[in-house]
Write a protein that binds this ligand. Sequence first.
Ligand code: SF4
Length: 432
Amino acid sequence: MNAAAQELLGFSRREGRRLMDLWWKRMTEAAETGQPCAYVFVMAPLSELLLTFDFVINAPEITSLQTAVRGQSQAYIQLAEDYGYSPDICGYVKADVGVQLKQGEHPYGRVPRPALVVTNNVCNTYIKWAEIWEHLYGCPVFTLDLPGWRGRESLEPGTEAFQQTFENDCRYVLGQLRELIGLCEQVTGKRFDVDRFRQHLEETNRMAALYDAVCDTNRHVPAPFNAPLEGVTYQGIANLYRGTPEGTQYFQMALEEMRERARLGLAAVPDERFRLVLVGTACYSHFRRFVELFSSWGGVFVHSTYMVFAGGGFVPGFGYDLAQPLESFAEQMVRATYWGWTGAMFYQQGWLERVVRDWKVDGICFHGVKSCRTTSTGLPDVREWMRIQRNVPGLFIQSDLVDPRLWSDAQIKNRVDAFFEALAAHKLAAGR
Ligand code: SF4
């Protein structure tokens, strides 16, 4: 293998780390200089608009997740609980409250105070979380009301009912975006520059196509990447560098790397035996262990719902219409909410069927997160549906996103081991 090929292999991990460090450097500098920082969530990110006003963007779900990856989430969560937050509140919220109570001190740098918070209703916790920052800092909070699920019939594309609902929803969101632009102008003292906005949208168009193509490389057997490992870096970059040339270049190179890995037959998990899909998130306080429990059986996660509903807000096949940037931005938000809610967060069976077929999946792991009812509700029902209707075996386990006290190693290991034994028998019976 020549030097260039060697350099390419390992690019996405190496460059992902560099971009994450750079983001933390920018956040820490903003905390020191007072450059305006906007807090925004990974479901319905608004990077293109916020970058137009030169906001530094903080994604608090990512900073919370990182406290766990660094093995320090418990101390932050404890601080929040000592302050009065209940043990059953979302772990991301409590880890962030701990960081805020320490004046933004974080294992990776410093989180700036918010100059603006943009929240939304995609998760009900988002609204209460934003109220915490409002209470702590007295900052302006803008709540985007994003229309979602109204029953299957009205969401069936091609019907008149769908079209009417969809157009009304786009107009409704467009009106809110115009209000938000006014607020951004007020907070930053800058005028909205539609040409800059358009440039960011153009970058997102490229990046979204590349992100999808990277996910597609995992259709290859053996899979070149593991969704909860490399995939979580992809999600991070997709959110933090959305709409920027750095983000686009990253995914361009990551795609080349994954294609090269596939061409060379380099597997994410050596001796791949079982191809899995993860519904939900991993447990980030036991990140390596979580993955190891599966990879030790030759199990690789070829995809995850988290890569979809929290993976930068991309809608498969959608590109911004640069001639109508704001209208198109509103349309994308509506589509992303429809798609995220009904395609990946809830009622995942349609998406799962497609992934099982196209990514050649043997089994599904449903990870219920005790402090996140939003993404955990209904998982056992979907598991049963996939088992009975589609003969796809599923494992249901429970722990948390970031709270290490909710990880029970022996119990989870027992369930995972039993699942693989059953899965091996299932594959044998199916002649695979
Ligand atoms: S989706 Fe779950 S993890 Fe994310 S903010 Fe809502 S409750 Fe917390």
